[in-house]
Design a protein. Structure first.
Lengths: 322, 322
């Protein structure tokens, strides 16, 4: 079968399409014939050596949709492997599809049968392949951890990446008010077209002054740095900040608003099986279509990965698998 | 009546004992004859002008125990005024006894009758007067927000202040394991005598390496700064950090442990009426006696406040009211 393999770290250009043996599913696993996959930052970080526990060579890719040849159904894969029985927290030996387990950038992938879900009927294969990791992360961040409700205001800093575009779609679907920021006017325009209520260009260092203090119920952030500190200062008393990543590795935060305003800062990574099922049900019920930035053929994988590395995208970068 | 009054900010030495008219209780208020009061950092911050909304002259003091002349019972006062009906959060117009409302450093104070509770029978008047603000803050931080359970390990940085000594006593009472830090060996010895399982001197900048990563379920902190960042790195996956203050106004924190370990950082200030009642019940059930650092007579109030300002105390600094 054809697979996108990484033999040594060094950047996206090290990704190679190779002919390898298809995986042999173990007991309790299903062999899925992948037709569409999608990129996450994680895939780029792995090519750059910026991820814990890299073991090479490996087939990358966490997101995939395709066919289950046995049941002859269209399926989508939950990339969270071995979350375990605690809905609050993954198990110590949990991992994410695509490292160290061979991933979805291939014609076949073997995954635990419990991770294989029917594809929502309203989605194309490319759309379904764009959903898993970012949709799961966004769903847990927005609802399970963020407890966003209709009528609340959510701040979504740095719109453009997969998770943030899902947070925007999910928040609009439940009737929340959304404030998005970006340094790129084109991304703000795209967000506005998707329903963002307020769009702010953070090229202005005083961007946060365009938001009233106390106006924000929830911020869903992966920026860290000064963005997080400013966002905490905008939260209403009792407000929540959910962090699912840190583009800036550190943040210098003022302590006073946290205790005086009874704030919660909640970390989250990926999501439980209940979250994945909840996300698919939510996407189905609200007929949500993921924002697809660009669809590349498998043999354009380096171009696709370089677009991801440059953070130029708005929405998901999809790879079709022949 | 005699009252400790502040006419202008400038430090503890500006506190004066004066003869003023006793307050006249409004409808729904009770006039309490105070016999013991206690200091909190807040009182010192007010004398230094480091508190929001200072209006002078004012009788200071949040903590008080004494008699209700009408019912002829010994009572203790909940210093949280107007928390409101939401157990998660104080109301926008909530305040704390002692600023802007005249406080407990006086022979009489008028407070809402709902804030007057029977004094736990096992406590002396001085002990009861030492409990309210710090006991309430510690109870909410440890249990309502911190959800500490038997068998868990709690890190208590900077033992010595009122709240931290209550956290230690409360944690031991429920069967938790306690790790305390201080820069003063004498305070560590006192904490050990109170049941602290592990004592660490943070004069060693590598103090955190004496604790295994993942060994801590909960940290209750008011230090901020580097202490908070180090504590976050010690929490087990799913662990909690509760912040009730910030001696260092800022903290530079690493974002990775927060999202990767699914951590919660929870801010808290004071507590609800349910928390105060729960704290008194807990203190009564476990026959907890607060740690009293020193008892001063009312006319030694400046000396008492200066000891508080110097952070030399271990436990509460009490003022007897003649």
């Amino acid at each position: 079968m054809k697979a996108v393999r990484l033999h040594e770290v060094g950047g996206p250009q090290n990704l190679r399409i190779e002919e390898i043996e298809p995986p042999v599913p173990a007991a309790g696993e299903t062999l899925v014939r992948i037709r569409a996959a999608a990129f996450n930052r994680r895939d780029v970080f792995i090519t750059q050596g910026l991820y814990p526990g890299i073991a090479l060579p490996r087939t990358l890719g966490s997101d995939g949709a395709g066919f289950d040849p046995k049941s002859e159904t269209e399926v989508v894969i939950d990339p969270m492997l071995g979350w375990g029985g605690n809905p609050h927290l993954w198990a110590g030996d949990a991992s994410i599809l695509g490292m160290p387990h061979d991933g979805t950038f291939a014609q076949y992938v073997a995954v635990p049968t419990a991770n294989v879900y029917p594809k929502p009927a309203h989605l194309t294969m490319e759309e379904a392949g764009a959903i898993p990791l970012a949709g799961l992360t966004a769903y847990r961040a927005t609802f399970t951890r963020g407890q966003l409700e209709a009528g609340e205001t959510v701040l979504i800093p740095g719109i453009g990446g997969g998770v943030q575009t899902f947070v925007l779609l999910f928040a609009k679907a439940v009737g929340a008010r959304t404030i998005v920021t970006s340094g790129t006017q084109a991304k703000l325009d795209r967000a506005r077209a998707l329903g963002a209520d307020v769009t702010i260009n953070y090229a202005d260092p005083e961007w946060h002054k365009q938001i009233k203090r106390g106006e924000v119920d929830l911020v869903v952030d992966s920026s860290g740095g000064d963005t997080l500190n400013k966002a905490l200062g905008l939260l209403r008393p009792g407000g929540r900040a959910v962090l699912y990543g840190g583009t800036r590795l550190e943040s210098t935060i003022r302590i006073f608003p946290i205790f005086w305003n009874h704030l919660d800062i909640r970390g989250t990574s990926m999501g439980s099986p209940e979250d994945f099922r909840g996300m698919l049900d939510f996407v189905t019920k609200h007929e949500i279509r993921p924002v697809v930035d660009h669809v590349y053929a498998m043999d354009e994988v380096v171009t696709a990965a370089e677009r991801m590395a440059a953070a130029e995208q708005f929405g998901k970068i999809v790879l079709t698998i022949p």
